[in-house]
Design a protein around this ligand. Structure first.
Ligand code: ADA
Length: 556
């Protein structure tokens, strides 16, 4: 299902997902498996390909003519897309959208073939065996659009608050597919009310960018967690004779994020983050959670008193981000990386793959008001000079793409991190009472004071981006030993109490919302080959810690 409001009034669109496609594995040896399988979906959800890792091919027919645009919201890990056996686009990384434009298609039926590969290999710096499972498939929706010779390619809405008055600017881009230059107008509407008309000129075969500049919206209602007011932003491209050629619709919200000293401010109000880290993972659906399952995760987080979710450790499905916009759940969204060493970061493809992921993430998710911060490189080598250069370049890239949000990274480098002068917010993953038994308040104060006294992070907002403990669902014992539900409940009680008592700390993300599958090679430190630190298990069944977190989150 594509986004409910993504209903262009002018541009012809058809959803290619929400149906069964022809599928076959392309094993290096042995018999191929042939199936009809749902898109979006993971092939590990099919009994015949539960553990298949390698290449596979999806195929289906479609009818269209003229200029078409195929948008894939996510294909894991890599995709090669063919239209009538001609390569249209290829893409690396499961977690960001990508598209292909094919010009001048003759009317009639055509063949779409998508070759997918979920194997690990030396060319992949980010999809590596890790403490989360990676799946294979066309895991997010697919949309087919028919385009005029000129179309609206992007719309970015940047609100800001000035003396209690809302303003916003809109950056738009128009692509001219024809050999002739294009003159026309771009009409912008907010909830159906026209607010600006831009004169458009686009050279043949080029993309032209335009900005409205600051425009006052005196009647605008703010977006905030308590009242997540959304508006439909529409752009209609018209030819000089007024003929409507194309349109692009997105949803936006009037909200402003700033850091001020040690505080993160939302519309001028200090934020206190009560969050969860969440993997897109489910025992029946892999990473392709159906819409109702996404809604249920958010309902449980809201019941627990959470006000934020961290998309650990990759950009999330935009349907989930839409739900966060609609329900007022703040989002820390981060690029795809987890726990990569300096050696891993020296992979010749690492920086390009990270930077591509950042560009695609921000380009596609810029307008989501729920996203209040961009993160990068979870627990990578921010204690090394080489790593520092990567962090510096990626944070600079984020700032070049979006000056309206702070940026950060989650560090596990205790007192050896050398990068805290770079981000807007200092963030740490800590596990006292799990990986070591230091009293939480002692460990946290020691770390916080070191950051203030010894690093470039002094005086910045400070977040705990991971804290938690493991528990096997159903393992109960009065001894309260580790892996018991009782132990996890008492550990989280100590951890959260200490964190909310730590001066200068802006909040916390519990690791993690639900138990998730991990790669097979992690079995030795992950019972059930699962990461068992969920407050609910993989079937979203609450553990004893659920009521502890709920009591504390609702009390702060
Ligand atoms: C790290 C990492 C998480 C998870 C966690 C754990 O902080 O960022 O992905 O692996 O540790 O469970 O130990």
């Amino acid at each position: 299902m594509v986004r409910a409001f993504e209903t262009h009034k002018i541009r012809k669109t058809q959803e290619l997902s929400g149906s069964l496609w022809d599928f076959q594995t392309l094993p290096e040896e042995g018999e191929a498996v042939r199936l009809k399988t749902p898109v979006p979906g993971c092939w590990q959800s099919e009994p015949e390909t539960l553990t298949y890792r390698g290449k596979a091919c999806y195929e289906r027919k479609f009818s269209a003519s003229g200029n078409i645009r195929l948008e894939f919201k996510g294909v894991s890990h890599t995709a090669q897309v063919y239209v009538d056996d001609k390569m249209a686009v290829e893409h690396y990384n499961a977690y960001t959208p990508f598209s292909a434009v094919v010009k001048g298609l003759p009317a009639g039926e055509h063949t779409l073939k998508v070759c997918v590969d979920n194997s690990f290999g030396p060319d992949s710096a980010l999809h590596v065996p890790n403490d989360y499972q990676t799946y294979g498939g066309i895991t997010r929706p697919v949309v087919l659009e028919e385009l005029a010779d000129q179309y609206v390619a992007g719309l970015h809405f940047t609100p800001h608050l000035q003396e209690g008055q809302w303003y916003a600017s809109v950056e738009a881009s128009v692509v001219n597919l024809s050999e002739k230059s294009f003159e026309g107008r771009l009409e912008l509407y907010l909830d159906g009310e026209g607010f600006v008309s831009l004169s458009i000129h686009a050279e043949p075969g080029k993309t032209a960018s335009f900005s409205t500049g600051e425009i006052a919206f005196p009647q605008a209602e703010a977006w905030c967690p308590e009242n997540p007011r959304l508006y439909l932003l529409s752009a209609v491209l018209c030819a000089q004779d007024g003929q409507q050629m194309d349109d692009l619709i997105d949803r936006v919200g009037f909200r402003e994020i700033k850091t001020e000293g040690k505080n993160i401010l939302l519309n001028g109000r200090k934020l206190r983050i009560k969050g969860f880290c969440r993997h897109e993972d489910h025992p029946q659906f892999g990473c392709s959670l159906p819409y109702a399952a996404m809604c249920r995760d958010l309902s449980l987080m809201r019941d627990l008193g959470a006000n934020s979710v961290r998309t650990s450790h990759y950009p999330n499905d935009e349907l989930f981000l839409d739900l966060c916009d609609e329900t007022g759940m703040l989002v820390w969204e981060e690029n795809h990386a987890r726990g990569l060493s300096e050696e891993d970061m020296r992979n010749p493809n690492f920086e390009r793959q990270c930077e591509d992921c950042i560009r695609e993430m921000i380009e596609a998710h810029y307008n989501h008001p729920s996203i209040y911060i961009w993160g990068i490189l979870n627990e990578c080598a921010s204690h090394t000079e080489y790593g520092r250069e990567c962090y510096r370049k990626q944070l600079e890239l984020i700032r070049s793409l979006d000056q309206s949000r702070p940026c950060s990274f989650a560090s596990c480098q205790f007192k050896t991190d050398i990068c805290f002068d770079l981000p807007d917010v200092v963030s740490y993953n800590i596990y006292p009472q799990w990986y070591h038994d230091t009293p939480v308040d002692v460990y946290l104060k020691d770390l916080y004071d070191w950051v203030q006294e010894e690093t470039g992070g002094s005086g910045k907002p400070f977040l705990i981006t991971e804290v938690g403990a493991g528990a096997i669902y159903g393992y109960r014992t009065p001894e309260k030993v580790k892996w018991s539900e009782e132990y996890q409940a008492q550990a989280l009680e100590k951890q959260l109490s200490a964190i909310f008592s730590q001066e200068g700390c802006s909040g916390v993300y519990i690791w993690q919302f639900c138990d998730c599958r991990v790669c097979d090679s992690w079995f030795h430190i992950r019972p059930r080959t699962m990461n068992n630190k969920g407050v609910v298990d993989e079937y979203r069944r609450p553990k004893l810690a659920y009521e502890v977190v709920k009591r504390i989150y609702h009390s702060v």
